[in-house]
Design a protein around this ligand. Structure first.
Ligand code: HEC
Ligand code: HEC
Ligand code: HEC
Ligand code: HEC
Length: 115
């Protein structure tokens, strides 16, 4: 996913909640041209092949993996979204590939005999 430009936030936040400290920070970032210092909550292990695009193209909803974000006040790691078992569990359920090379570039298939 890409991050929205600060200007997009401000299309609402010039008015919405404009007296809240976080929104005053947001206006500061816009004025000074500084990037919003986003914090990473869910991060995929480096080297694992992952893309939102293939999943969204397959017709999946955000909620399927992330849960109902509308109900969440502060994002925290509450779901095992980035765990291998989560990935493989769904890939099995929808009968898409669970071969190691689907998600890992290392060529263990031959070396270790996994399929
Ligand atoms: C479509 C309008 C809209 C857009 C676009 C939008 N927001 Fe909001 N945002 C809201 C509304 C409405 C609230 C709730 C305000 C309230 O609780 O009074 C809110 C609440 C917030 C709050 C909580 C403020 C507080 O302390 O209660 C933060 C932080 C925030 N938005 C940041 C952002 C950021 C960052 C972006 C851009 C990535 C963004 N918003 C884009 C409408 C929007
Ligand atoms: C198939 C599962 C899946 C679906 C569907 C999905 N995501 Fe994700 N999302 C992930 C995984 C895995 C990560 C962690 C890896 C990454 O950063 O791309 C993630 C990370 C993110 C992040 C970064 C959050 C953070 O913690 O820093 C955002 C924002 C996000 N997703 C938004 C969305 C939105 C919006 C949709 C719907 C349009 C969506 N996702 C659909 C699995 C999914
Ligand atoms: C809720 C179900 C679900 C979850 C969870 C999920 N996937 Fe998928 N994944 C799919 C579907 C559906 C496709 C598309 C299959 C197709 O188009 O043939 C897909 C496709 C992929 C592809 C492309 C495969 C190809 O052959 O091009 C990769 C890579 C992938 N997923 C990696 C992951 C990883 C890594 C995770 C965990 C972080 C994950 N997926 C979690 C359902 C899921
Ligand atoms: C659908 C995607 C997917 C498939 C298929 C998959 N993995 Fe993974 N694998 C992951 C993800 C995501 C992680 C990172 C998990 C974490 O950080 O908790 C991971 C982590 C690992 C790790 C931990 C070491 C590392 O690289 O960080 C090993 C070992 C591993 N996988 C082996 C395998 C083997 C062997 C297969 C084939 C039998 C396989 N995986 C198939 C997604 C997958």
């Amino acid at each position: 996913m890409t991050f929205p430009a600060t200007e997009i936030c401000l299309s609402c936040h010039r008015m919405a909640a404009k007296d809240k400290p976080a929104i005053m920070d947001l206006q500061e970032f816009s004025k000074s041209g500084q990037r919003i210092p986003w914090l990473r909550v869910y991060a995929i292990t480096p080297g694992v092949s992952w893309s939102h695009r293939v999943h969204l193209d397959a017709g999946m909803q955000c909620e399927t993996c992330h849960g109902d974000m509308k109900q969440i006040e502060t994002v925290a790691e509450t779901k095992a979204i980035v765990a291998m078992a989560t990935c493989i569990g769904c890939h099995q359920a929808v009968a898409t590939s669970t071969k190691c090379v689907t998600c890992h570039a290392w060529p263990t298939d031959q070396v270790l005999g996994f399929d």
